[in-house]
Design a protein around this ligand. Structure first.
Ligand code: M6R
Length: 368
C-alpha cells in the first residue's frame, strides 16, 4: 500500500501534484469563475462577513498564517490567525458577522473542535477546511470545504498542507469574486494561474536530488535555522517543524525582518540557514531578503537559498541554491514548501529514523 515507496511520507510527498489538482477539480467553471456552492455558506452570508478568524494547530496553523496574506489581499477583510489551543481559553471578540475558519486535516483535533465550539457560543459563522469526510469538524461547522488530498498516513503532514493552501486560496479568491473586490482583473488572472499549480509542484519534485544530497550532508548538524518574509515566513516555520518532528533536531523558523532583533546572535561559523526568497516581482521584499542573506553569510552562516528560476541576484551569496518555478508571490508556498519536506524526510532517514512514525507523536491529537 506504500506504492513501492519505503515510507508513506515519500509516497505522500510524491502525490502532491495530484492532490493539488484534485482539490481544484470541479471548482473552476468553464468561464473561469469559481464555484464553491458545496461550502454550504451562501454568497449573501459571505457578503455580510466583516472579519475572519482562523483557528488551527501545527502544520494546519501554518496554512492559516499563509491564508491571512491571501484573505487580506484578495478578499480585503481583516483576518487574525490563532493557535486553537490559545483561542479556546481566551475571550475573543466575535459577532454574527465574524467568519471563523477552522483548518484541520483530520477533523478530529481536540483543540480545533473546542475552538469551534467556543466561537459558536458567540454566534460566529463557522467554516471548516478538512480532509476527512465524515469526521467531527464538518459536523460542528456551518459549512465545509474539503481538501482532496486522499488519506494521509504519515504523521508529518505534507500533501494535506498543500491542499489546505489551495483551499484557502480558493476561499480568498471566491470571497473576492462574490464581494466584487478587484474582480475582473487580478482575481480572474489568479484563478487561471492557480489552475497551473499542479504542474509547478510536479516540476519541483523532478529536481529534488540535490536537496536529498544536501540533507544527507547535514545529518550530523545540531541545529538548522529557517528564514522567510511575507508568506515565506510561515513556510520557514513549516520547514522547521518538519525537521523537529522527523529528525529530532533543533530547528527554528524566523521572520527575516526579526533577525536584528535577536536571532542573528545565533549565527556562527558553518551554521546551516535555509532562506526562502520571495519572487523578484516583489522587489522590496526580495531585495530585503538578499541583504539578510549577505548579513548572515558575513557572520559565517552556510546559506542554503531557495529562489525562483532566473533569479541571479542570489547566486553570489548562496552556498547552496535550490531552484523553484516562478509563480505569483501568494502561491509561492506551494513550491517552496516541497524542498523543505524532502529535506527533512531525507535527513531523518539518513539518521535512521522512521519518518512515518516519529517518536512521541500521534497522527491526530484527540486529547488536550
Ligand atoms: O489534523 P490536524 O490538521 O488538525 O492536525 C494538526 C496538527 O496536529 C498537525 O498538523 C501536526 O502538526 C503534524 N504532525 C505536522 O506535520
Amino acid at each position: 500500500e506504500k506504492g513501492g515507496y519505503d515510507y508513506f511520507m515519500l509516497k505522500e510527498i510524491a502525490e502532491q501534484p495530484r492532490a493539488v489538482a484534485d482539490t481544484l477539480l470541479g471548482r473552476i467553471a468553464a468561464d473561469g469563475r469559481l464555484v464553491l456552492d458545496e461550502m454550504r455558506i451562501t454568497d449573501q452570508e459571505l457578503r455580510e462577513v466583516d472579519k475572519i478568524i482562523i483557528v488551527a494547530c501545527g502544520t494546519s496553523y501554518h496554512a492559516g498564517l499563509i491564508a491571512k496574506y491571501a484573505l487580506e489581499h484578495w478578499a480585503g477583510l481583516p483576518c487574525e490567525v490563532e493557535l486553537a489551543s490559545e483561542f479556546r481559553y481566551r475571550d475573543p471578540i466575535l459577532s454574527r458577522s465574524t467568519l471563523v475558519i477552522a483548518i484541520s486535516q483530520s477533523g478530529e483535533t481536540m483543540d480545533a473542535l473546542m475552538a469551534v465550539r467556543h466561537a459558536r457560543e458567540q454566534h460566529a459563522k463557522l467554516l471548516g477546511i478538512c480532509n476527512v469526510n465524515g469526521s467531527t469538524l464538518p459536523r460542528e461547522c456551518d459549512g465545509v470545504l474539503y481538501t482532496h488530498a486522499g488519506p494521509e498516513v504519515a504523521v508529518a503532514s505534507t500533501k494535506a498542507f498543500l491542499t489546505q493552501l489551495v483551499a484557502v486560496y480558493l476561499i480568498a479568491l471566491y470571497i473576492a469574486q462574490v464581494r466584487g473586490t478587484k474582480w475582473g482583473d487580478e482575481v480572474f488572472a489568479m484563478i487561471q494561474l492557480l489552475a497551473q499549480m499542479p504542474e509547478k509542484v510536479e516540476k519541483v519534485l523532478e529536481t529534488m536530488e540535490p536537496v536529498r544530497e544536501l540533507a544527507r550532508s547535514l545529518a550530523n548538524e545540531r541545529s538548522v535555522l529557517f528564514l522567510g518574509r511575507h508568506v515565506g515566513f510561515p513556510v520557514a516555520l513549516e520547514g522547521a517543524l518538519k525537521l523537529k518532528e522527523l529528525a529530532y533536531m533543533h530547528a527554528e523558523g524566523f521572520a527575516a525582518g526579526e533577525l536584528k532583533h535577536g536571532p542573528i546572535a545565533l549565527i556562527e561559523e558553518g551554521l546551516p540557514v535555509i532562506v526562502v526568497v520571495p519572487p523578484r516581482a516583489r522587489a522590496v521584499l526580495h531585495d530585503k531578503i538578499v541583504s539578510n542573506i549577505q548579513e548572515i553569510r558575513a557572520r559565517g552562516a552556510r546559506t542554503i537559498v531557495i529562489a525562483e528560476e532566473g533569479d541571479e541576484t542570489v547566486e553570489p551569496f548562496a552556498d547552496t541554491l535550490i531552484r523553484v518555478p516562478a509563480v505569483p508571490t501568494l502561491f509561492q508556498p506551494l513550491v517552496t514548501t516541497v524542498p523543505l519536506q524532502v529535506f527533512a524526510c531525507e535527513l531523518a532517514t539518513a539518521k535512521g529514523h522512521d519518518v512515518d512514525q516519529p517518536r512521541n507523536l500521534a497522527k491526530s491529537v484527540t486529547v488536550e
